[in-house]
Design a protein around this ligand. Structure first.
Ligand code: SAM
Length: 351
């Protein structure tokens, strides 16, 4: 690959002589979707994610190490890469990493690698055009309330609502639309906003995706009662206007898609708690400290950075990744008596 990028010039890569196998887990699921956390720092303190304290230790790898790992994953058939965090826009050099990923090509599909980003949007307005120009395909912006006061109560950062609105507008202007808006519903915090979000989707031409709250928060406040389940969201939206189901874009799509009876607006509902979709899971995660997580709810991480730094070749890394993916969990056990909270919280895993 003819790279002119500062990242790979700093870390020349060895291409395998022969093509690798596609990644498939022990349950026969094809793994095509990688989420990379480029930092576990965040500038928000969302109540459903982080503690209010500032004392945490953070860990990040040099971007060239992420670039090399991404390259190895693409050789294994990864087609979609989502950059996340922590807050990915805090990461210096992010545009270089996106430019780098945009040069990668899959042997298994003629399509370019789909590069997506999940952000809280706080720093987005001045960066949106640069992200698009670097090669970003799609963007998801987290926004947990349409009402500024409720929003600030969740993020615990004054002025955050206006910053995120500016970020959404800038992303649309930069051609990163249709923008997806992620809203984690928390009973007692923002479940009163469901109807307002329906109007927001219709008015602003964004896809609003409601996410059921999962037990991945630092403060360990999750109980089944805090979850607003899919059935309740659907019932509430139907009172705004009748909902019409839309077909899935992809078999492993996490969201159930809907529009309204006039075709205006789009709503997604991601219901890992009340309607798990593990059977179609195509995802694997790489934490900001270079560890594979085969499931959000894993009890263990699998280190890649140690072997890489000790000199493992790309072929050796591919073999290690294949061995780890082979043992991917069949499903999560949220809500079951044997459920164990995962070893890390969302901000440290990468959402
Ligand atoms: N900072 C970025 C952001 O705010 O989008 C990216 C990281 S954040 C961890 C990724 C996504 O995970 C966000 O949409 C966030 O709302 C979601 N999330 C965090 N904790 C969650 C939880 N306990 N249950 C469900 N979703 C959660």
């Amino acid at each position: 690959m003819g790279h002119a990028s500062p990242i790979l010039d700093a870390a020349p890569l060895t291409l395998p002589a022969t093509g690798g196998e596609r990644l498939r887990d022990g349950h026969g699921r094809l793994i095509t979707d990688l989420r990379l956390s480029v930092t576990d720092r965040c500038n928000y303190r969302c109540v459903y994610c982080r503690t209010g304290n500032d004392g945490a230790q953070f860990s990040e790898l040099p971007l060239e190490e992420y670039a090399r790992l991404l390259r190895v994953f693409v050789l294994l058939g990864i087609e979609k890469i989502r950059l996340t965090g922590g807050e990915p826009l805090l990461r210096a050099g992010l545009l270089d990493l996106i430019r780098e990923v945009a040069t990668l090509k899959s042997k298994f599909t003629p399509q370019p690698i789909d590069i997506a980003l999940t952000t809280n949007g706080h720093l987005l307005a001045p960066m949106a055009q640069g992200l698009k120009d670097a090669g970003l395909s799609r963007i998801t912006i987290s926004m947990d309330a349409v009402d500024p006061e409720t929003f600030t109560r969740i993020t615990r950062v004054p002025g955050s609502f206006e910053r995120v609105q500016a970020g959404i507008r800038a992303a649309q202007a930069a051609g990163l639309g249709p923008v997806k808006i992620n809203c984690v519903l928390l009973r007692g915090f923002n479940d009163g906003q469901i109807e307002a979000f329906a109007e927001f989707s219709r008015r602003e031409s964004v896809i609003v995706r409601f996410i059921e709250f999962m037990p991945l928060e630092e403060d360990r406040t999750w109980t089944p009662e805090t979850v607003v389940p899919l059935a309740e969201i659907v019932a509430r939206l139907n009172r705004v206007r009748p909902l019409v189901a839309l077909p899935a874009n992809h078999p492993s799509e996490t969201a159930r898609r809907f529009t309204f009876d006039d075709g205006v607006g789009e709503i997604g509902i991601i219901a890992p708690v009340s309607q798990p979709f593990c059977g179609h899971c195509s995802r694997v995660r790489l934490t900001s400290d270079g560890k594979i997580r085969t499931c959000l709810f894993s009890q263990f991480d699998h280190d890649l950075i140690g072997p890489m730094r000790r000199g493992a070749s790309d072929a050796e890394l591919r073999k290690r990744i294949q061995g780890i993916i082979e043992k991917k969990e069949a499903r999560h056990h949220i809500g079951e008596p044997d459920f164990l909270k995962p070893s890390r919280s969302m901000v440290h895993i990468g959402g």
